[in-house]
Ligand binder design. Structure first.
Ligand code: UDP
Ligand code: MG
Length: 316
């Protein structure tokens, strides 16, 4: 099978028939063998009934329905597990992404050898409250992930080699960082294609302003995981050692001050009145905590099933 189109959706009943017809038209014109996988993320409107009736007239349509709303990332992840096409294409269900981009994306994966191609909504039809923070967010993501050539990490329209989606796990709100996940999994040929973007035709956006706060927190998690995920002691041990060092220096200063005070009769020194005493105390306590966190982290990674999962690119 050439193409799997994976579409996560939450309350998008009005858009689905139009979107499906459009995809079918594009697939027919290009002569592709394909499947469309709708992942219904706990919609409370009639989305699931619409998908069911669409399936009646086209057996290439598949559906997965969540019992409740889990989020876009779990929906994508579930669709990825099921996808069978050589090229997997994701798009939003709200008609903001154009199915006309599919042939171009498919070509970039199959002929130009990209592992992942991300859409870039160069001209966006979204309110300013969304486009400006998005610019900032993408600049940070480029920096942290080291993928300098992407302008639009969170674009819903993306294309992947099948093996890429089988090797990444998208959870929480990590759909914003799929290129980073792919890079960490060893897929480094990541490209970009300028894509058409439309204003939302039906319904309204499912993400509020909290997307930016959560987005940055997730970026922090990912960065930490890729750097210290399997060797937590490297960071916690370092921080702990620094704290202990600080504690020892402070203790040393106290000792000296006390000695000076003992030797001279004109000057009194009470250890508990000194700022160094409190510094030594807290630094030692925090240092111990860091070491403990490191040890516990090491024990957890030692037992994790993922600790030795590597992506092998070739094997005889
Ligand atoms: N979506 C989803 N689960 C959610 C929220 C959104 O499956 O909890 C889907 C939504 O139906 C749409 C896509 O994710 O197909 C992108 O959502 P939306 O258009 O609201 O995001 P925006 O375009 O505003 O970034
Ligand atoms: Mg949208």
């Amino acid at each position: 099978m050439d193409i799997s189109v994976v579409i996560p959706l939450y309350n998008e009943a009005e858009s689905l028939p139009e979107l499906t017809q459009w995809i079918e038209r594009v697939m027919r014109a290009g002569g592709y063998t394909y499947e469309i996988i709708f992942v219904n993320d706990g919609s409370t409107d009639s989305s699931w009934d619409v998908i069911r009736s669409l399936q009646q007239s086209n057996p290439c349509i598949h559906g997965i329905s969540f019992a409740r709303n889990y989020g876009k990332s779990p929906a994508l992840n579930t669709g990825f597990r099921k996808a069978q096409g050589d090229v997997v294409i994701t798009m939003d269900a709200d008609l903001q992404d154009s199915p006309d981009e599919i042939p171009g994306l498919y070509r970039m994966i199959t002929e130009e050898g990209y592992d992942l191609v991300s859409g870039w909504k160069k001209k966006r039809y979204d309110p300013l409250s969304k486009t400006i923070p998005t610019k900032l967010f993408n600049a940070t993501a480029r920096r942290v992930s080291g993928i300098g050539n992407l302008h639009d990490f969170n674009c819903g329209l993306k294309a992947y080699k099948n093996k890429v989606v089988k090797h990444i796990e998208v959870y929480g709100d990590m759909h914003r960082y799929i290129p980073y996940l792919a890079k960490n999994a060893g897929f480094t040929k990541i490209g970009e294609k300028v894509v058409q973007h439309q204003a939302r035709k039906y319904g309204k956006t499912k993400f509020g302003l909290d997307r930016f706060v959560n987005g940055y927190l997730d970026l922090g998690t990912l960065w930490f995981q890729s750097k210290f995920g399997v060797k937590p002691m490297h960071i916690f041990g370092l921080l702990g050692s620094l704290m202990f060092f600080l504690g020892f220096v402070a203790t040393f200063i106290i000792l000296i001050l006390k000695c000076v005070a003992l030797c001279s009769s004109s000057y009194d020194f009470y250890v508990t009145n000194s700022v160094y005493f409190y510094l030594a105390l807290t630094a030692m306590v925090i240092g111990t905590q860091f070491f403990l966190a490191g040890f516990i982290g090491e024990l957890i990674t030692r037992n994790s099933v993922e600790r030795n999962s590597y992506q092998i690119s070739e094997e005889f």
